[in-house]
Design a protein around this ligand. Structure first.
Ligand code: NAG
Ligand code: NAG
Ligand code: NAG
Length: 254
């Protein structure tokens, strides 16, 4: 029994460690962005192949370190790999900076946050400065993170000191109403209306041109519809009678 309790307490303390994630942020409107589930510190990090730049990939993680990048820079959260020259360059660590988050840049619409990864001050980039990076995380209707764009000043032989990734991420608790398409109800109503219009137009033409009917008889099946109107009236009266308790309509007598 003691063993079970010990194991239980040990498991509880492990879950506490994971629950104390540093990947939970608060928006100005007090909503919470919980990105703890995106942190892949203990497994393979995310890999993004930079389009238009041959044999260059960016490996990164959210909030925690990216295990692959730490060989070059302990604690590194993001790095680039040039598979032609087989070089790995770290673009910073989330835990290194003190101000490691900021609001999304104003040109990005949507809800989200910017993570700032700071470079190792001992490793300079170019004549001055360090390699650093930004992850602009935008809440989106996705099940896993998707890199939308990578802004890099990569030239043929340019020195790259900064990477910015824009990433669509799932945000627990955020819902995204479906914008595209009409609901089934509206499609039904549109089919009903256009069907009715076609019925009236073609029926009237047939009655007028072929059957040579006159006046209100041009309206297709006019006698049936006159009767239909009073059927509906009777039906409504019956339902109303059932609700209000007053006898209404002939059905109550049957
Ligand atoms: C956020 O919470 C703080 C403290 O609870 C409160 O003062 C503030 O009015 C809240 N802001 C909004 C936008 O609800
Ligand atoms: C990309 O890598 C392959 C081998 O992995 C190599 O043959 C090719 O030349 C490289 N391309 C560039 C543009 O470096
Ligand atoms: C990758 O390394 C190759 C060989 O050193 C070099 O020619 C190429 O410009 C590098 N690519 C980038 C994007 O730095």
């Amino acid at each position: 029994m003691r063993l079970f309790i010990t194991v239980f307490l040990a498991l509880l303390s492990i879950s506490q460690v994971f629950a104390d994630s540093t990947c939970i942020f608060q928006l100005p409107d007090n909503r919470t962005l919980d990105f703890s589930a995106l942190d892949l510190s203990t497994v393979s990090p995310y890999v993004y192949n930079v389009p238009d730049v041959k044999n260059t990939t960016i490996t990164f993680n959210f909030c925690g370190e990216a295990s692959y990048c730490t060989s070059k820079d302990p604690g590194s959260s993001i790095c680039s790999t040039n598979s032609t020259s087989n070089t790995i360059l770290s673009f910073g660590s989330f835990s290194r900076g003190t101000a490691n988050t900021a609001p999304l840049p104003s040109d990005i619409s949507g809800t989200g946050i910017q993570l700032k990864y700071s470079g190792d001050p001992k490793k300079t980039c170019g004549p001055s400065g360090t390699r650093n990076s930004y992850l602009n995380l935008v809440c989106a209707d996705v099940s896993a993170p998707q890199v939308v764009s990578a802004i890099t000043p990569w030239g043929q032989n340019g020195v790259v000191c900064q990477i910015t990734l824009q990433i669509n991420v799932p945000c627990p608790g955020f819902s995204f109403p479906k914008k595209n398409g009409l609901g089934g109800g509206w499609i039904f109503i549109i089919i009903l209306l256009s069907g009715s219009a076609a019925y009236i137009i073609f029926g009237s033409i047939v009655n007028w041109k072929i059957r040579r009917l006159q006046g209100s008889h041009i309206f297709p099946n006019v006698d049936f519809w006159k009767g239909f109107g009073s059927l509906i009236k009777d039906g409504c009266g019956f339902i109303k009678g059932k609700i209000t308790g007053t006898p209404g309509g002939e059905y109550s007598q049957i």
